[in-house]
Design a protein around this ligand. Sequence first.
Ligand code: PGA
Length: 250
Amino acid sequence: MAERTRLIAGNWKMNLEEWAAVELAGSIADGMPSGTADVVVFPPFPWLVPVSAVLEGSRVALGAQDCSSEAPGAYTGQVSASMLNGLCRYVIVGHSERRRDCCESNELVGLKALAAIEAGIAPIACVGEALDTRKAGDAVAWVEEQLDAITAAVGADRLDQLAIAYEPIWAIGTGHSASVEDAEEMCAEIRRRLGESNPGAAETVRILYGGSVNAGNAHAYLGTASIDGLLVGGASLKSDSFLEIVAASG
Ligand code: PGA
């Protein structure tokens, strides 16, 4: 089986004043435990530049929370993936909050992943079902549809250039994290589905779990065969909890 480097990602969402973002980045960079996992934080757009200065030379990479699917042009309020190149190594696309609040479709999320790859930035493409969908027994079909749109846009041959984050909507920010078994089962299913298009890439693609991850449960998710990392929201806003999660990744 392919060795996959773990990936621990901190999504700061629309939180923190500039000084607090800079301070948090500094504490994370200074407190980084030794280990092999890739670590990345996703500050709000206006703080990317000041945070990048703090992270320079550290083990912590920088990422953006979104990018446009379009090349530079007349798209008010959007940020192209090419504008992030040189600053960010990663970009989150298709977070459920953007799917919900900005009406992002599966197709658009796929195009954003493609735009990121073409700009040389690694997309972390988010998928995940609502509670009703899970209760109806349709979670796997729902996630497969989201994944298939990403595969269709990116192309099977480039699947190895992205990461997938499985984030069940009902677990995000609720304190009700998915059971390790449910998270593992869906992440294995995601890998299986990717493997139908590109078996080689499915072995190397990193699949993250996200949704109420904290210092107490991180280790259990990372102990499974299918979960290669964590996308952390609330617990990434404090250096202590985020660093404990990084430490759990070994
Ligand atoms: P949470 O958020 O850890 O606060 O649940 C996760 C996410 O939305 O990425």
